[in-house]
Design a protein around this ligand. Structure first.
Ligand code: MN
Length: 199
């Protein structure tokens, strides 16, 4: 099975001084990011063991770990890459054109991003993201990045398990609905979605 490893920083530990100090960057990368990578590998391994043994009694735990460490690994990787010594003060390009379209202008965008970042409760992230379904840039706060997602994923096959999706017919028999649902899954669409995003 594929294991993940801690990516090297694309610059020296002291390269972002004085804005981000060397000691913080070193601890953040070498220890915090590393523990996400280790946790993700462990979750993947435990899920593989569960698939092989058929024992899914800890499925909720390992799905949570997969989300928490997976998102931590992905977001930190993006974070290191979207910084550089002497950063871009006057951004240009297609993304800036889209920012103007979706936020008015760059200064308004910057203000909203800053305010969103200040207002993140506890630990968390502020994220500028492209929503391919809405064809729009959005600023999102992630207060708990582990909330059962891995940021950056593209959904391929989704199953609605809100009770409104099955309650009239199945009441509390969720498994019965899920078993029945496999008969109506459209894998042509799933395959198409996969081909659109997978390299
Ligand atoms: Mn961090």
């Amino acid at each position: 099975m594929m294991t993940y490893s801690l990516p090297k920083l694309p610059y020296a530990y002291n390269a972002l001084e004085p804005h981000c100090d060397e000691q913080t960057l070193k601890i953040h990368h070498d220890m915090h990011h590393k523990s996400y990578v280790d946790g993700l590998n462990k979750a993947e391994q435990k899920l593989q063991e569960a698939r092989n043994s058929g024992d899914f009694c800890l499925i909720k735990h390992w799905e949570r770990e997969l989300a928490f460490h997976g998102s931590g690994h992905i977001l930190h990787t993006l974070f290191w890459e979207n910084m550089m010594p002497n950063g871009t003060l006057n951004p240009q390009g297609c993304v800036v054109d889209q920012i103007k379209k979706d936020f008015g202008d760059y200064e308004k965008f910057k203000k909203q991003f800053t305010e969103a970042a200040v207002a993140v409760e506890g630990s968390g992230w502020t994220i500028l993201a492209w929503n391919p379904t809405l064809q729009k840039l959005v600023i999102l706060q992630a207060e708990k990045h582990q909330n059962l997602t891995q940021w950056g994923v593209t959904p391929l096959l989704v199953l609605d398990l809100w009770e409104h999706a099955y309650y009239l017919k199945y009441q509390n028999r969720r498994l019965e609905f899920i078993n029945a649902w496999w008969n109506i899954a459209n894998w042509d669409i799933v395959n198409q979605r996969f081909n659109n995003v997978a390299k």
